[in-house]
Write a protein that binds this ligand. Structure first.
Ligand SMILES: NC(=O)C1=CN([C@@H]2O[C@H](COP(=O)(O)OP(=O)(O)OC[C@H]3O[C@@H](n4cnc5c(N)ncnc54)[C@H](OP(=O)(O)O)[C@@H]3O)[C@@H](O)[C@H]2O)C=CC1
Ligand SMILES: CCCCCCCCCCCCCCCC(=O)[C@@H](N)CO
Length: 385
């Protein structure tokens, strides 16, 4: 049978005309409001994919310091940025891994004749070492401060709160929070030093980037040595993102008054699991319950995390997540943090808060059921006297 005849005989034409007459209100205000809503939705989606935006993180020819740049995510970031034409300095403690990274960067460089690479061995838990690092980079960079400082140093030592010796808890605060805070302190003291109008030059915007974890947003049993230190980084980042505005405001008046040499932007990356040497190491002490609670996470490769993070920085994002579950975890804890997009982030937080009404009780009941079935781990039982 002719398909046109089939359609004509079916109830479809009647249904459509009744819909048109009774259900679809085509009055001008309704049409106007629908068009407005559609525009907002399309605009938000397009923005999420980076349409129409200029590159807010153009690193070609810039000097970039990456702490923890000799392994895992930090190394992947170093390789990615050297491929984009940046001069890169990697900082960590072990010299052999740093040397290997510099060699690899040279082979990945976008323009190996122009680009320079360097490493500095330093334990960044020591604030004096952070000061030395910034001074050494500045001297190596012909007296100019670095344009970007990206804090990636850190590792996780999971375990139940009472099982982990108290000095290990403190050490996690040192390696996670203090390596980042010391680096930020040394960097910002350098960047924010006032320059007289006569000494002002055209200096591009500078970026200070922290690397956090989605565990700063959502609790998972077994991460008590680590999550509080990451949450502290998030709090530092939010506070600095506001405080820096004072300096950025002063910078706009640099032709009249002493002011910092450049405008500064703060960003923080919140990865999920990363398949790094640090990850292999943390798996050794990670409680089985923790592995079960985080099983929804499908760890990403360091290169994936680096590429996704850099693309988000290019779009100018402030708090950056690297996959869908990470975004939902951020959404539930976004609170007063500055948003990347008012519409997108607000809708995300509404959705996430509904999802987490179910997720948090579920995580707790899994922990309860675990204890009911397996008892407490041996190491926490009271020693026999
Ligand atoms: N792996 C994961 O699943 C996740 C990791 N993260 C975070 O991402 C970042 C990168 O993690 P990952 O890729 O696993 O890194 P790795 O553990 O593989 O590498 C850590 C890097 O930090 C350096 N480092 C460690 N301690 C110090 C120190 N005191 N001073 C200077 N450098 C130090 C290491 O070099 P050296 O030892 O030679 O000093 C190495 O270069 C970390 O901040 C981590 O907390 C966030 C979410 C998930
Ligand atoms: C649809 C939404 C559902 C949400 C379910 C929540 C699941 C929680 C997953 C927790 C994953 C934690 C990854 C952090 C890794 C990290 O930082 C450590 N490896 C330390 O290095």
């Amino acid at each position: 049978m002719d398909p046109r005849e089939l359609i004509a005989r079916s109830p479809l034409p009647q249904l459509l005309s009744s819909l048109r007459s009774s259900y679809i209100n085509t009055s001008t205000p309704v049409l106007g409001a629908s068009a407005f809503l559609c525009t907002i939705i399309i605009y938000t989606i397009a923005k999420m994919f980076g349409l129409w935006s200029r590159n807010e993180f153009n690193v070609e020819g810039q000097t970039i310091v990456i702490t923890g740049g000799s392994d895992g995510m930090g190394k992947a970031v170093a390789l990615e940025l050297s491929a984009k034409g940046a001069h890169v300095v990697v900082v960590a403690r072990t010299v052999s891994k740093l040397q290997a990274t510099v060699d690899e960067m040279k082979t990945k460089a976008g323009n190996s004749f122009k680009q320079k690479f360097h490493y500095i061995s330093a334990d960044l838990t020591d604030p004096a070492e952070c000061e030395r690092m910034i001074a050494e980079v500045t001297a190596w960079n012909s007296g100019a401060a670095p344009d970007v400082v990206w804090c990636c140093a850190g590792f996780s030592r999971p375990g139940y709160f009472v099982d982990v010796p108290i000095q290990d808890h403190r050490q996690q605060m040192d390696t996670i929070y203090w390596t980042a805070a010391n680096t930020a302190h040394a960097t910002l003291r350098n960047w924010l030093t006032p320059v007289a109008p006569s000494g002002q030059m055209r200096t591009p915007r500078r970026h200070l980037i922290f690397t956090c974890s989605t565990l700063a947003f959502v609790p998972i049993a077994g991460y008590s040595p680590y999550s509080p230190a990451k949450a502290a980084i998030r709090s530092l980042s939010d506070t600095l993102s506001q405080e820096i505005e004072m300096y950025n405001g002063a910078y706009t008046q640099r032709h009249r008054n002493d002011a910092p040499a450049a405008d500064v932007k703060i960003h923080t990356i919140f990865p999920m699991g990363i398949l790094s040497p640090g990850y292999d190491n943390e798996q050794k002490t990670k409680p089985e319950l923790t592995k079960k609670l985080e099983e929804a996470d499908k760890p990403q490769t360091p290169a994936e995390v680096a590429q996704i993070s850099i693309r988000a920085l290019e779009r100018g994002e402030y708090l950056v997540t690297t996959n869908f579950i990470g975004a939902v975890m951020k959404g539930t804890a976004l609170g007063p943090s500055p948003k990347n997009s008012i519409v997108g982030d607000t809708m995300l937080s509404w959705l996430s808060n509904l999802v987490f009404l179910q997720v948090i009780p579920d995580l707790r009941s899994k922990a309860f059921a675990w204890g009911k079935q397996n008892g407490i781990p041996n190491s926490t039982s009271t020693p026999a006297s």
